[in-house]
Design a protein around this ligand. Sequence first.
Ligand code: NAP
Length: 498
Amino acid sequence: MGFAQVGAMVQLKNMGLFKTQGLINGEWANALDNRTLAVNNPATGDVLANVPFMGKIDAEKAIAAASVAFLPWSKRTAFDRCKLLRKWFDLILENKDDLAKLITLENGKPLTEANGEVVYGGGFVEYYAEEGKRVFGDIIPSPFPTKRMLVMKQAVGVVGAITPWNFPLAMITRKVAPALAAGCTIVLKPAELTPLTALAAAELAVQAGIPSGVLNVVMGDAVEIGAAMMDSNEVRKITFTGSTHVGKLLMAAASKTVKKISLELGGNAPLIIFNDADIEIAVQGALYGKYRNAGQTCVCVNRILVQDGIYDKFSEAFTKAVQKLRVGHGLDPGVTQGPLINEASLKKVEAHVQDAVSKGAKVLVGGKRHSLGGTFYQPTVLCGCNDEMLIFREEVFGPVAPLMRFQTDEEAIKMANDTEYGLAAYAYTENIEHGWRIAEALDYGMVGLNETLISSEVAPFGGTKQSGLGREGSNYGIDEYLELKYLCLGNIKQPFMC
Ligand code: NAP
């Protein structure tokens, strides 16, 4: 396909946001060896753009730029930095339609969800444009009459950030905004499947006046770029969102230079529906929690555990609701579920469904590739699932809801916690005391009670066990980009007695 045709696939109000090069030290750049990478629309297979396929040397240049930019940026006042972040936020909102369109084009999610992501993603920039001014230190009561003890917080240094394709904007702003607010500079490597939103967001950061070298974007060879970050002594912090498998590789590699590291990894979220739940509310919660982004979010419901007394009613009402979902191209009005990101994801979903059916599950709705072809899959509900099935153990990352029956609270908690993951869990009950005890017993970083849409820039996002380390968002999120420095003032003379 010729370049003119490729570019023509992306029609934005502001074509200045259609960037197809990396950003190093304020300059839009190709890969050193001019290699490129095609970015596809998962709904059509069309090539949207060719972007640079960068490697080790490009990453090292970006790290060097971030390193030079670090001192001047970190020495600015927080108020100065936050003014620029606020400007970036304003530009993100001004260009909301274009950013949402880019997200839908390269990720496939319905436009309404993409719009929601721009608001959510922009929210982190607004939040840290405010929170950056509130990085307080401490004065510790000293046990010694001649010493004073203080704690200050300082930017950790150059940050390496690696992000996934399922939230092409929000996973970026959730890292970049607190890092820049804290005074860090950053080298960002977005997912190879969705770099266009990242580049548009970077262009808006440039327009907002974020100085050269403070935010750099490189994409291409993940292993080489990752290794350049991990091997560098200049990069003092790694922040990663993606699979547990890659997170573990990065955690091991971070030990070489003992970097600060935060990891937002995979999940296996249970949704528990108790006999005392409101069925209508639970059905809505299950629908949003399972099928948004075609089931491709780390906090998507992976297993639905339903108590015996409500199981039949719930499965009937839920199946009816799932039958109403509309699958299609994310830009078409009324579509509620787009395609899966690629063929590998589709094959994983098929394998999970086949495995479950071969072990006794029944398909209540869906269970096959969608007639639209490509990577579209039918919204699916399976009943009669159990802990022998792959779908109980692994993230399905697709639009498949397995229903499992339980009798007692203890059984539900045991099933819910029986996983190496600990990201998000959900429970539905109309009894607050019951819900409180359940929430305490769930071994997860986040719990939604009568709610499956829990993510917000004001709340700490993150998991326990193999779902990761550290938290993003909220007042806690900025700590990931700060070091504590203890200062002891000695030889203070006797206090004035007047
Ligand atoms: P992934 O394969 O781990 O990729 C994530 C990022 O890591 C991409 O930018 C990828 O680059 C890069 N990468 C891959 N191999 C690497 C290596 N050896 N060294 C350095 N970087 C490497 O995950 P994904 O399939 O994109 O995303 C889905 C996963 O992310 C799911 O498990 C989901 O649960 C998790 N997730 C977690 C959260 C959370 O907050 N906990 C949020 C969203 C998603 P390329 O794209 O260039 O290959």
